[in-house]
Every structure is written in C-alpha cells, then in structure tokens.
Design a protein around this ligand. Structure first.
Ligand code: ADP
Ligand code: MG
Length: 338
C-alpha cells in the first residue's frame, strides 16, 4: 500500500449519504445512509448486485446528481480534508474533475468523438493549469506513456473511434489521473472489455495507485475483480452498506449472510467474471424495503427479529477495521467454511 502517515486525512470521508429519486409518482430511495472513508493510496471496492445503489453513490459523490427529481443529502463530505459542503459551488465544481475524478464503464460515450485524444487530455491542463497548447500536448504524450499506450507521440493525434475499447479505457484513465487527484472513482471500468484487456486495465489502475498515491474507489459486481486488487471492500445491498472488511478477511470469514451467500455462489474466485447473479431470490425494489433487514427475505439465518428491526452497521467485536449490519453476524463468523 502506498505509504502515508496515519495522521493524513483520508482521501474521502463521507457521512450519511442519502439519494432519493422524486420524479415518479412516489419517492424512490436509492441510497439510504452510506458512510465511506477511503484512505490515501488504497483501493476500496464497493461491491454489490446490480441495482444496489453503487453508481448512484458514485454520481452523488461526484456531484452529478444535483438536478431536478433527485434529492441528495449528506452530513459531511471531506475530500483530502477539504470540506466540500462548506466551500462555494464554483470551487467544488473545480475539484470534481481534478481532485476527484470518475471513470465510467462506457469509454466511447465518455470521450468527445470530434476531438483528438491529445486535445482532450491537453484541455485539462489548459483549463486547470493554464498551460500553453504545446505544453499541454507534451503532457498528453507523457500521460499516454504513463498508461501504457505504445507510440504515444503518434497516438496522441488519434480520434476515439480509431482506438480499441481497451485503448479508449486507458485514455479515460489517463484523463482521470492527469491532475493527480486524491480520489479516482472507477465505476465498473472493465465490464465492457474482454477478459485479457480487463486484467490489463485492473493492473494499470493498481500501478497508478501505487505510483501516484491516488486512492481508488472501484465499483464492481464482480467478486473476482474485487479479490484481485482491493485493499478493503464494502458490500452494498439495497442502498446500504452491510459489511466492510479488509479483502482477505472478507473472503476468509464473511460476517454478513449476504456476503456468505455471494461467496458460496462462486465456485472459483480465480475465475474472471465470477458473478453475483447466482444467489436465489432478487433484491427488493427500492421502494419496497420494510422496517427490518432488507436481506431478511433471502437470508438463511433470518429470524423474526430480522423482519422487525433493522440491524445498524457497527464494529465487529474483536475485529478492528470490520463493520457489519446483522443480528446474526456471530453465527456467520463462526460458521465452518471449506
Ligand atoms: P448499481 O450501480 O448498483 O447497479 P444504481 O446505483 O445504478 O445501481 O441504481 C440504484 C437504484 O436507483 C436502482 O433501483 C435504480 O433503478 C435507481 N435509479 C438509478 N438512477 C435512477 C434515476 N435516474 N431515476 C430513478 N431511479 C433511478
Ligand atoms: Mg452501476
């Protein structure tokens, strides 16, 4: 892990994030009170089934949901110790895109089709750093080299459609690290790529994290991806985090029955694209979560208590650095695994 003093503020510290979609006839809560503390230089994976609220969380953090029909709340948001809620909107907007960046799954639609990749990367340096055209172009070439694009001096003139999916994803990553952000959020960055290219892109993210000390929030539904590069993992279910743990501990001894179910549905973690779709049942619709635990209807460990009282996310006794939201965590932790 990239070393920095324990005393340095985390790359991101977010408290009690809620996101509710208000456009439809009834309000639809998508994120229901999420805390995220991401340390400098670590890879933090947000793992969950499709629809659990991962992308909405990422977009809320990036400030991309400040629009009609969406209500976003949070009690605190610190980026590298800077208070995002206290600063003027203009200042916050400048940080988003420089100190905090987002890489999407779909590289083709995220790039501008009518600008060469050199002009797109260069523009970041011209806008944020006031560099001349020539100096910005030189930075673009340097970044293409950094993300492992061969013949960077020529490729810098290419347009997005002239490049493969893997190359385009590298260019998005180059743009995301260009201004040396505190935090890079990558939302399913490899889902659209074939398996070999996926592995290359993950290795690239991991190398940049180490070399630049950038914290990475990697969003995925793929347990294999999480196992490969995570330092810590948060498991998300129906808009809440239900468990956080260092990656080895999570995989060795899950504390939440949902995590248990995910892991037991996977025959082989080494198999790429190991998927979360194989647990019986389906997650609840956003509006259909009752007073109890949202996972209770699918949970083999559920009791009457689980249907009535939602377990709060709290520390796992005797396991520093781990949290879980389950009345039966001790049973899950004590279960014998093979
Ligand atoms: P994930 O990324 O984990 O697959 P999302 O964060 O995209 O899930 O979605 C979480 C929930 O929010 C889903 O139920 C989804 O239908 C809902 N949602 C996402 N975007 C919108 C929107 N623009 N309007 C209404 N509901 C939305
Ligand atoms: Mg998503």
């Amino acid at each position: 892990m990239a070393g920095s003093p324990e005393t340095a503020p985390p790359a991101l510290e977010l408290r009690d994030l809620t996101v509710t979609f208000t456009g439809a006839a009834h309000e639809s809560p998508a994120v229901r009170g999420v805390d995220l503390v991401i340390r400098r230089g670590e890879t933090f994976v947000l793992l969950g089934e499709s629809g659990s609220g991962k992308s909405v969380t990422a977009r809320a953090v990036m400030g991309l949901l400040d629009q009609p029909g969406v209500r976003v709340g949070m009690t605190s948001a610190l980026l590298g110790g800077r208070d995002l809620l206290a600063m003027p909107e203009r200042e916050r907007r400048l940080l988003r895109g420089s100190a905090m960046t987002l890489v999407f799954q779909d590289a083709l639609s995220a790039l501008n089709p009518v600008l060469s990749v050199g002009d797109q990367i260069g523009e970041l340096f011209r806008v944020h750093r006031g560099l001349s055209r020539g100096a910005a172009r030189a930075e673009a070439v340097r970044l293409l080299e950094l993300v492992g694009i061969p013949a960077a001096a020529e490729r810098v003139r290419a347009y997005p459609h002239q490049l493969s999916g893997g190359m385009r994803q590298r260019i998005l990553i180059a743009m995301a690290v260009a201004l040396e952000p505190d935090l890079l959020i990558a939302d399913e960055p490899t889902t659209a790529l074939d398996v070999t290219v996926q592995a290359q892109v993950l290795r690239l993210l991991d190398r940049l994290r180490r070399e630049l000390g950038t914290a990475v929030l990697l969003i995925t539904h793929d347990l294999g991806v999480a196992a490969e590069i995570a330092d810590r993992v948060a498991v998300m279910y129906a808009g809440r985090i239900v468990e956080t743990a260092p990656v080895e501990e999570l995989y060795d001894r899950p504390a939440h029955p949902y995590t248990e179910a995910l892991l037991s549905a996977i025959p082989d973690l080494e198999r790429p694209a190991a998927d979360l779709r194989s647990i019986p049942g389906a997650p609840p619709a956003p509006g259909a979560v009752g007073a109890g635990c949202a996972f209770a209807p699918r949970c083999p460990r559920a009791t009457a208590l689980c249907a009535e009282l939602r377990p709060e996310l709290g520390e796992v006794p005797g396991m520093p650095g781990r949290t879980v939201a389950c009345h039966h965590a001790k049973e899950a932790l004590d279960a014998v695994r093979d």
